[in-house]
Design a binder for this molecule. Structure first.
Ligand SMILES: C[S@@+](CC[C@H](N)C(=O)[O-])C[C@H]1O[C@@H](n2cnc3c(N)ncnc32)[C@H](O)[C@@H]1O
Length: 251
């Protein structure tokens, strides 16, 4: 494992303690059916209709996995390099009796067979942790069966640029859309090194890996807002804060 990735993993093992501390709350949310955004559920509808086997790259707390099962997935394999995150998600899956299995492993390098997966699901704070976006895209293409799809619902790459000022949107003087990396300074990844993959990098990596792009939509609403109630002006509807991407491996 790359040295910077190893350092980030230490940060994530610590941050994932939240999933253990808030186990009961997450269990209650999972019992409620998990959560997908409305547009996300709409885009996923046709992809879940055939009861796909799903691999969730960087599955984190895994709440989305319950929602994917409720939406039609036959089973979900979550892959995360945090043993704390995967352990808490597995304990919950067993308690709920749902078809989710969690594997502790680095992405890319997901330990599932080539061409064995109907749908790769990822996002909500995932791609910024990829050291090599080309290797990530190739791993997606490798695990998908011909005809299988990738679904990403992710923070827009401009998000690290926005200040959290409430009066008007501003661009942070220490950030650039074209920077290579940033140091994360918001919970939970505080102190870890992110990679600043822009939309061009992501789409080009997927196309180079042999996938075809079906959907790329940008949204004003962030996928995440801090619990302290901060309402940054950058999240008020004028700027991009998240996106959805669907691609498939040609049959
Ligand atoms: C912000 S969380 C998002 C996870 C998930 N989408 C969710 O909503 O909970 C990012 C997750 O990626 C995992 N992660 C980061 N880099 C990784 C890597 N290279 N390989 C595997 N997991 C990784 C972290 O452990 C963390 O659980």
């Amino acid at each position: 494992m790359d040295e910077v990735v190893r350092g980030n993993r230490v940060v994530w093992e610590r941050a994932s303690g939240k999933h253990v501390r808030e186990y009961d709350e997450l269990l209650a949310q999972a019992r409620d059916g998990g959560r997908l955004f409305a547009r996300e559920a709409e885009l996923l509808g046709p992809l879940l209709a055939d009861r796909p086997v799903v691999v969730h790259f960087q599955s984190g707390h895994g709440l989305d996995d319950v929602a994917l099962l409720n939406g039609g997935a036959s089973r979900v394999i979550g892959v995360d390099y945090s043993s704390v995150a995967a352990g808490a998600a597995q304990r919950r899956a067993v308690e709920l009796g749902v078809a989710c299995r969690y594997v502790v492993a680095e992405v890319p390098g997901v330990p599932v067979k080539d061409g064995s997966v109907d749908l790769v699901y990822t996002g909500k704070g995932a791609l910024i942790w990829m050291r090599d976006i080309g290797a990530w895209a190739r791993d997606v293409a490798r695990v998908l069966r011909p005809g299988g799809s990738l679904f990403v619902y992710e923070a827009h790459p401009t998000v690290p640029l926005w200040t959290w000022d409430e009066d008007e949107p501003r661009i942070r003087p220490d950030r650039s859309y074209f920077a290579e990396t940033n140091v994360n300074d918001t919970f939970p990844g505080n102190g870890a090194r992110e990679w600043q993959w822009n939309l061009g990098h992501i789409v080009t990596a997927l196309v180079a890996a042999g996938l075809r792009l079906d959907v790329l939509e940008e949204y004003a609403e962030p996928f995440w807002r801090p619990a302290d109630g901060t309402k940054a002006a950058a999240w008020s509807g004028r700027l991009p804060n998240s996106y959805a991407l669907v691609a498939h491996r040609p049959a």
